[in-house]
Design a protein around this ligand. Structure first.
Ligand code: 5GP
Length: 188
């Protein structure tokens, strides 16, 4: 069996912080007609599912998928849209949710595109941010946790497609040295 990575952020810490974020967002958007919460697939889906249930005003959701790391543990610099939104966001209050901001390259790319679609407002909610992020053109308004420069998995975040179902955030110091998830390792 492949061991689970050591926890960096526990289930309870995630629950508490997500609840706080939900309360903050609820307060800020109170009185607005509607809030469109957009998730960046695939990493955001667990966080976003928990977050929207802590937001106590009417929300609608949509999803976008952009290429970022592929199977590598570093940003390629090649960001492109794989799946676009299914709704027009013109005139809507939009909250873009991201699992993790590392260099900020993906976020800058997506936000540039979304801002050109004339939403009434556009803000970012990121569960995790890392210290080496570049100058973000759009600041992260709602942040779960700022973490050190670990490669992390769990709570929706993957390594080569695995670990998304880990209920906490685990840290992997050097992903290059992980077993390659070969059949033998996976089923032994
Ligand atoms: P950025 O463009 O900010 O460098 O990278 C953002 C994307 O890279 C995230 O949406 C996520 O998919 C991936 N990423 C960045 N850091 C990590 C990490 O520590 N763990 C995992 N699993 N993905 C990461």
């Amino acid at each position: 069996m492949i061991d689970n990575p050591p926890p960096l952020i526990s289930q309870q810490e995630l629950r508490d912080r997500v609840r706080e974020l939900g309360e903050e967002i609820t307060k800020d958007y109170q009185g607005k007609d509607t809030l469109r919460v957009i998730g960046a697939l695939k990493g955001c889906f667990v966080f976003m599912a928990d977050l929207i249930r802590e937001i106590k005003i009417p929300v609608r959701v949509d999803f976008m998928e952009v290429s970022s790391y592929g199977n590598q543990a570093q940003t390629s610099g090649n960001v492109k849209i794989i799946k676009d939104l299914t709704h027009d966001i013109a005139g809507e209050h939009v909250l873009f949710t991201e699992d993790i901001v590392d260099t900020g390259l993906t976020l800058n790319f997506v936000m540039e595109i979304l801002s050109q679609r004339n939403p009434a407002s556009l803000e970012i909610c990121a569960l995790l941010t890392k210290p080496r992020k570049m100058a973000l053109r759009f600041p992260v308004k709602y942040r779960g946790f700022e973490i050190e420069d670990y490669f992390v998995v769990g709570y929706g975040l993957d390594y080569k497609g695995y670990y998304r179902n880990l209920p906490y955030i685990g840290k992997i110091s050097s992903p290059e040295q992980l077993p390659l998830f070969d059949e033998k390792a996976r089923f032994s």
